[in-house]
Each structure stands twice: as C-alpha cells, then as structure tokens.
Design a binder for this molecule. Structure first.
Ligand SMILES: C[S@@+](CC[C@H](N)C(=O)[O-])C[C@H]1O[C@@H](n2cnc3c(N)ncnc32)[C@H](O)[C@@H]1O
Length: 398
C-alpha cells in the first residue's frame, strides 16, 4: 500500500475559493500554533488546503454544526474487479492512504481537536465512516470527551454487491452524532418536526436512503465521476434539518465536491468548506453557485412543542375564561363534564380527573387531548378550550 501521506505532517496551502470561483492568494502555515486567528468567519467559502491548518485559523466557538466525511483508510491491497473482470471504481486515492492505524489515529485526533475548538458550546458533530475507520473515530471521540448522542446507520437502498462473494454485501455506513460533552444539553434537535415528517412516529436511527446517482452525481467532461465518495444530498438534508436552524454555520472539514455546502445553501444555512484538493473545491464551488435557496417559509425552524409555555387547565379558571360549575361538551355535544373549582372535571358517579383523562374515559379511548376535545357553550356557539389556552399563553409570554 502506498504511503504518500501520513495525515499529520506537512504544511498546508490555503486558497480561498470565493463565491465567484476565483482563488485568493495562498498563505502557508504549519500545524503548530497559528500565527493568525481570523476574527471573521469565512462564511459560504471553500478554503483550499489542509483542514487542520485552516481550522486553527478560525475563531473559537464559532460554528453550530460540523459534518465530517474523513478519509476512510480503506486499505485496498489490489484492484477490485467484477466477475466480468471490469474494474470497480473504488477509492484508491492518495488522500485515503495512511501508513498505519497509528498514523490514522494521530490524524483523527488532530482534526477532531481542531474541530472541537471551533465548535460552539452546544454545537454537535456528525462523522460518517465505514467499518474500516468508524470504530477508531468513535474511540478517539470518546477519548477527547465528546459525548456520543447516537450512531445512525445509513442503509443504502442500492449498495454495490460483494463481487468476490466472500463477505456480506456492505450495505450501510455509520454516522456518529456527538456533542462537545455530557454537560452540553442544549444542542439543536428538531424532535417534533422529524416525528411529524415521519407519520407521527419518532425518527429512528436507521435511515434508508439511496446512494448518490443520476443527475445528482457530478461527472467530468470524460463522463467519469468527479469524486469517488460524493454523498447523497438527502442524507445531508436530514442531518441539517434535524440538528441545525436557518442561519446556522455548518462546517465541513472534508468538503469534497461540496454536498454539505449545496444542501446548507438550499436550506438557508451558512457553510464553511475545507478541502485540500483544488479540483474538488472548484467543482464544489460551481455546484453550490447553481443552487437556489428554498423559500424562508419552507425552511423556517419549526416551533418546538417543548418550547411552548405549559398552561394548566386551572389557569383558565383563574383567568375567568371558564367558570367552576360550567359544563364542557365535545364538538358534537355527545359528551358532557362539569368543571370543578380545582381544575379537574367531574362525571356523574363522582368520577373526577384531568381534562385529558375524563375526555378519554367518556370516549372509551386510552388517551385524549382534552385541550382540543372539550368546548364551552357561549350562547349557541361552541368555543374550544384550546383557544383560551392560547390567550393565557400570550399573557404569560407578555
Ligand atoms: C470522503 S471525501 C468527502 C466527500 C464529500 N462528503 C462529498 O460529498 O463530496 C474526503 C475528502 O477529504 C479531503 N481531504 C483528505 N484529507 C484532507 C485534509 N487533511 N484536509 C482537507 N481535506 C482533506 C479529500 O481530498 C476528499 O475530497
């Protein structure tokens, strides 16, 4: 196996590819303490050069989310062929080669430390990998005090077969999602929105998403893939929708062809891309420039249920919206219950319970949202008690 790089040594050239695609002058830096830490974030830019050198120049605690697709260290010993002897387009690039596991671990530790410094307190980090590297990355993350929140299995809808028939079809990759530490509890996670988009079921940690193919796959003039490991945009979209907000800064230290940047722009997030190969960086710039951002309404952060102020039913009585002794009815006036002074409801036979419990009981159901089930009669009209809850909330927020 070639050992063209160790991943930890050597200087880095940093060329910023601006939105116009023009390269700014290069500067050189080593891996030791940076001479200059920029106070300004290079938002929506791609910095060409070694990611660790570039990271050291970014201001501390400045990014909201990191997505990292580092070298996998595939260790291919020989060319991979199909049964018809055609060559498989596997990753055999120099950027994926390391002399030893120790070298790979040192590289992983160095970039994770550099990333950690620029993460805001409640930022989260996603790292994607395969069995070749993800366990080593996971151990290093924990050694550096990152706190693993989940590991997500990206199940590939259309994986490459195992041509030699000596192992299982390798049909997934693993993503580790981590915060900066066990005490970083206010990280962004759009639990409710993900659930609502998943038929009201909690989003699971196994995601079934196709590989990047067809129109989405960047090809050169020769018709060949521009990059061997371009990730699908739908994978990045789910990541960013779940763990970031519009306007957030998303960092990708192994930018490749800029999948992270393209999706970030479409979803109204900022990105910072670091990539050492100028050809990939240029392809990424062209790709991102052609992306149209979605409208504000379609990407606005969803209101989180947990963020809403809790209102006890008793507050509606205290606020004069509902009176003790009054009767609540359902929308079709089939069920009735009496409001008690303490904020519970009563049914004949001295059955007492919350608006939810009594609502469920009268319908013979296991559960009920009492706020939307119960109404008060005002004249001939019915008013849902949830309307009063909204008014109380407004007063409380004010
Ligand atoms: C697995 S690929 C990322 C592909 C990317 N996610 C995409 O969708 O196109 C890893 C990328 O990291 C780059 N890379 C490797 N080592 C690097 C380093 N030390 N600094 C910056 N980029 C590096 C490689 O050139 C390669 O493009």
């Amino acid at each position: 196996m070639g050992t063209s790089r160790t991943g930890t040594a050597g200087a880095a050239s940093r060329i910023s590819v601006s939105r116009t695609g023009k390269a700014a002058p290069a500067t050189r830096t080593g891996r030791k303490a940076p001479l200059f830490v920029s106070p300004i974030l290079p938002l929506d830019e791609i910095l060409v050069g070694d990611c660790i050198a570039a990271l050291e120049k970014l201001p501390p605690e400045s990014v909201d989310v990191v997505f990292a697709d580092p070298p996998y260290n595939l260790q291919l010993e020989s060319a991979l062929t199909r049964p018809d002897h055609s060559l498989v387009d596997a990753v055999d690039d120099d950027w994926d080669k390391f002399a030893s596991f120790a070298d790979y671990d040192a590289f992983t530790r160095a970039w994770l430390l550099a990333v950690r410094r620029v993460m805001k307190k409640n930022a989260t980090l996603w790292v994607i990998g395969s069995y070749h590297n993800i366990f080593r990355v996971g151990a290093t993350l924990q050694d550096l005090d990152f706190w693993i929140l989940n590991d997500i299995v990206w199940r590939k809808a259309n994986p490459m077969p195992n041509f030699r028939g000596r192992r299982f079809t390798n049909a997934h990759e693993t993503m580790i999602w981590a915060s900066k530490g066990a005490d970083a509890k206010s990280y962004t996670f759009h639990y409710e929105a993900l659930k609502a988009g998943n038929e009201d079921l909690q989003m699971r940690s196994d995601w079934f998403i196709p590989l990047c193919t067809g129109e989405e796959r960047l090809k050169g003039e020769d018709g060949k893939k521009v990059h061997p490991t371009q990730k699908p945009e739908s994978l990045l979209a789910r990541i960013l929708l779940s763990s970031s907000n519009p306007g957030d800064v998303v960092l990708d230290p192994f930018f490749g062809t800029g999948t992270t940047g393209a999706v970030a722009k479409r979803l109204g997030r900022h990105f910072i891309g670091l990539e050492r190969d100028p050809t990939y960086a240029a392809a990424a710039r062209r790709r991102i420039d052609s992306v149209e951002p979605l409208s504000d309404l379609s990407v606005a952060a969803p209101p989180e249920k947990r963020a809403e102020i809790r209102v006890p039913f008793l507050s509606l009585i205290e606020g004069g919206y509902v009176k003790p002794g009054e009767t609540l009815v359902d929308e079709r006036r089939r069920h009735r219950a009496t409001v008690r002074a303490d904020g519970t409801l009563a049914l004949p036979g001295n059955i007492v319970g919350s608006i939810h419990k009594v609502g469920a009981l009268v319908q013979g159901l296991p559960a009920c949202n009492g706020w939307t089930f119960w109404h008060v009669e005002r004249g001939k009209a019915l008013t849902c008690i949830d309307t009063f809850r909204a008014k109380v909330r407004e007063t409380m927020a004010g």
